[in-house]
Write a protein that binds this ligand. Structure first.
Ligand code: ZN
Length: 250
């Protein structure tokens, strides 16, 4: 890296630009002992940046500069890593890529639940399940009032969490005490992020919302009321599965 421009090769924020622009990294190195030239660093950079630069390890013996591909451990280009690089760049450009979403996505796809439950949870987070609110947005329905409480629009958060008709599900035990006591959530995704942050069990949560959605769909298609208590069977089974899995890890 010694022939690189100090300006182009750095991510430092507080530079003495005029002095740095024409310099090469080589001017900051003492090749006789393979160390940074402290006098030059102190002259050109703030103390904070000097410490950052000094934390960059240097080779113990002189080597020629070489081009490397920074997206593989070996530094060699592969088609796969090139594709991944372009894909992420395109997402960044279009605003699709979000590190927080990426983290949440990994969390959801590592859940110890059935694939259909994982898939449903992710679609709910992305607001892509056919709630009445979403159907109304697509001009499929004229009215999006919740069929159960008739007092609010049925969006994802309402259908799976805040509808009074399912409040017993979330208040029946202390599993969701932190989330239930939280002030209002702005979206279902906001709720899921809180569940993750508070350490409440996302496996049981995912299974519960999946069961709530299935009950809701069964009632819509059959026209028959299904007691909310029937959900407890599913939730209890999910708790049992998680408990067995936890014991297996001990
Ligand atoms: Zn409702």
């Amino acid at each position: 890296m010694s022939s690189l421009s100090t300006m182009k090769s750095t991510t430092l924020e507080d530079l003495s630009f005029c002095a740095v622009v024409e310099n090469k990294v080589a001017s900051l190195l003492n090749f006789s002992n393979q160390e940074w030239r402290l006098d030059s660093l102190n002259q050109l950079f703030s103390q904070r940046d000097v410490e950052l630069i000094r934390s960059i390890p240097l080779c113990s013996k002189p080597v020629d500069d070489a081009l490397i591909w920074p997206y593989t451990p070996t530094g060699s280009y592969t088609v796969k890593s090139g594709y991944r690089f372009l894909y992420n760049a395109r997402c960044l450009d279009s605003g699709e890529y979000n590190p927080v979403d990426n983290k949440l996505w990994k969390k959801v796809w590592s859940l110890q639940v059935q694939p259909k439950v994982r898939n449903f949870l992710w679609r709910a987070i992305k607001n892509s399940i056919p709630t009445k609110h979403n159907l109304r947005r697509r001009m499929v329905l004229a009215n999006d009032d919740c069929d159960h409480c008739h007092c609010e629009s049925e969006d994802v958060l309402h259908a799976l969490w805040s509808c009074p008709s399912i409040s017993q599900v979330w208040s029946q035990n202390n599993l969701w005490a932190n989330s239930v006591s939280s002030p209002g959530f702005s979206s279902f995704k906001d709720l899921v992020e809180t569940i993750v942050e508070t350490g409440e069990d996302l496996n049981i949560f995912a299974t519960t919302v999946w069961a709530i959605w299935n009950r809701r769909n069964s009632m819509r298609t059959s026209g028959k009321h299904i007691p909310v208590q029937q959900l407890w069977v599913v939730v209890t089974m999910a708790e049992a599965v998680v408990t067995v899995a936890d014991r297996g890890r001990c």
